[in-house]
Design a protein around this ligand. Structure first.
Ligand SMILES: C[S@@+](CC[C@H](N)C(=O)[O-])C[C@H]1O[C@@H](n2cnc3c(N)ncnc32)[C@H](O)[C@@H]1O
Length: 127
């Protein structure tokens, strides 16, 4: 489905999704390509799912939140994807996004940085 022209509700209904059951939504690598309205609408739909539902998604912070090296590497990557017709257009401040999510009805929203993700996902217990 196209998040800009369709709602997630309609897309999932067509796929016979059971909207009356809790669900886990994995939405990786997409928000950077979408308008803020498309992202907000999708997040509102997910927030309205039955208790126990969750979403994991990623987003990029604005360039002025990045250090020099990260910013340069972001700019190189952004030019490359723009050249192939998939421009990055959407950036979020993590704190502002978390508070927007809480106002949309999420009971909790947690933003993990790359170091926290590495620790949570890849660090094996010693011993
Ligand atoms: C970097 S890929 C991520 C793919 C996959 N989710 C993953 O984690 O490997 C970006 C995806 O965003 C999708 N995308 C970009 N704009 C979209 C839109 N308006 N509606 C739906 N999908 C879109 C592209 O089709 C592409 O599959």
């Amino acid at each position: 489905m196209d998040f800009e022209t369709q709602t997630l509700a309609a897309g999932l209904k067509a796929a016979r999704f059971r909207a009356d059951r809790p669900a886990f939504f994995s939405w990786l690598g997409v928000t950077i390509y979408l308008s803020k309205d498309a992202v907000a609408g999708t997040l509102r739909y997910i927030a309205a799912r039955p208790a126990g539902s969750q979403v994991v998604f990623d987003f990029a912070p604005p360039a002025d939140a990045l250090g020099g090296q990260e910013r340069a590497s972001r700019e190189r990557m952004a030019s490359r994807v723009a050249r192939v017709g998939e421009p990055w257009i959407n950036y979020y401040d993590p704190g502002a996004l978390a508070s927007e999510m809480r106002s949309s009805g999420y009971s909790s929203a947690q933003a993990l940085g790359s170091e926290q993700m590495k620790r949570a996902l890849f660090q094996r217990p010693q011993g």
